[in-house]
Design a protein around this ligand. Structure first.
Ligand code: MRU
Length: 330
């Protein structure tokens, strides 16, 4: 893979690629405990649902080694990490997994082992998603993706990008339109950068160009990632995903969501129950607007009935989504 790893774990040290600075600067932050990890997650130095879960897991292992009071680290440190970003279920999932391991074996070494296992499983899940989704991409297809559900958000192949990377490796010719993804430009800064570095043919577009491209019949397939899928199949992902799903339904474009099984949250009945993170107004205003009020929800909910399928490492769930996800993943 040409993309540098978002998370490096070497000799018990945690380093996170500072994604706020991409694509201009390649700099790793050393994470020496819970406050540094909380800050990195909340400020989007590390971002993407699986990546924040993995970063939290390693941060707990680092903090446990330094503090000696493992129970307190898992309890209070775990709560602080979960609160850093409320929407992606992978964060809570990873912290709870470390807590279960800590209850069985409270050594810092055991926690590090568990975090490494999460990381390994994540890479394997991405490969599985790529293999399951490979046949969806036909020679000559034009794809559309939103935000960054690539290597930077996960590990190695990413989720939404995994079928793209594997198809590209298999020599299938295709092209990807990348939504810039306002307000923080994860598409322009991250997805375009990583797909471009891999040699995948791409065109960057304004988010608002998606409708006219679909109207002109120029999009054959949409694949996006997700931060959480509720029990009924509702999909929570980066703000603007719902726009794409509505458009896809109107123009008859297949709309797929890719995720590892850890992103399915059967304890949340519907997308309406999910706490949607609201971020600072300045992210919307940037340098363009005067000091007016701004609204900045980071995610939206796409109803299950607008989703053609969910590509997981265990297969593709198809409508009725809630039932097929339960059959596939539980
Ligand atoms: O705010 P971000 O950049 O963390 O949002 C990321 C997304 O919305 C991704 O699509 C999602 O986390 C899936 S990553 C495999």
């Amino acid at each position: 893979m040409s993309t540098p790893p978002a998370i490096r774990w070497e000799a018990g040290e945690l380093r996170l690629l500072d994604q706020r600075q991409l694509p201009h600067r390649l700099e790793y932050l050393r994470i020496d405990g819970i406050p540094a990890a909380v800050d990195a997650i909340a400020s989007l130095a590390v971002r993407g649902a699986p990546a924040i879960g993995m970063a939290a897991a390693y941060a707990l292992a680092v903090a446990a080694r330094r503090s000696g009071d493992v129970a307190k680290v898992l309890d209070e440190g775990g709560d602080a990490l979960i609160a850093a970003r409320p929407t992606a279920v992978n964060l809570r999932w990873a912290v709870e997994r470390l807590r279960r391991r800590g209850a069985a074996d409270g050594s810092a070494a055991a926690l590090a082992e568990e975090a490494e296992a999460i990381h390994r499983e994540d890479a394997a899940a991405c490969r599985g998603i790529g293999e399951q989704g490979l046949d969806l991409i036909q020679p000559g297809d034009n794809l559309l993706t939103h935000c960054n559900a690539g290597a930077l958000a996960v590990s190695e192949l990413g989720t939404a990008t995994a079928p793209m990377y594997l198809s590209h490796q298999a020599g299938v010719p295709f092209h990807v339109y990348v939504d810039e993804t306002r307000p923080l430009f994860q598409g322009a800064r991250l997805t375009a950068w990583e797909l471009g570095a891999a040699g995948i043919d791409l065109t960057l577009i304004c988010d608002s160009a998606a409708a006219s491209l679909m109207a002109a019949g120029k999009i054959d397939l949409i694949i996006v990632g997700t931060d959480r899928i509720a029990r009924n199949g509702d999909v929570v992902n980066k703000i603007g995903t719902l726009n794409l799903a509505v458009l896809a339904s109107h123009f008859g474009v297949p709309f797929y969501v890719a995720c590892p099984s850890s992103t399915f949250d059967p304890t949340t009945e519907t997308g309406g129950e999910v706490n949607i993170e609201e971020r600072g107004e300045e992210e919307v205003r940037q340098d363009h607007a005067a000091a007016v009020a701004a609204f900045n929800p980071a995610f939206d909910v796409t109803p299950a009935n607008l989703v053609t399928g969910v590509i997981t490492e265990r297969g593709i769930a198809r409508p009725p989504l809630g039932r097929s996800l339960l059959e596939l993943l539980e």
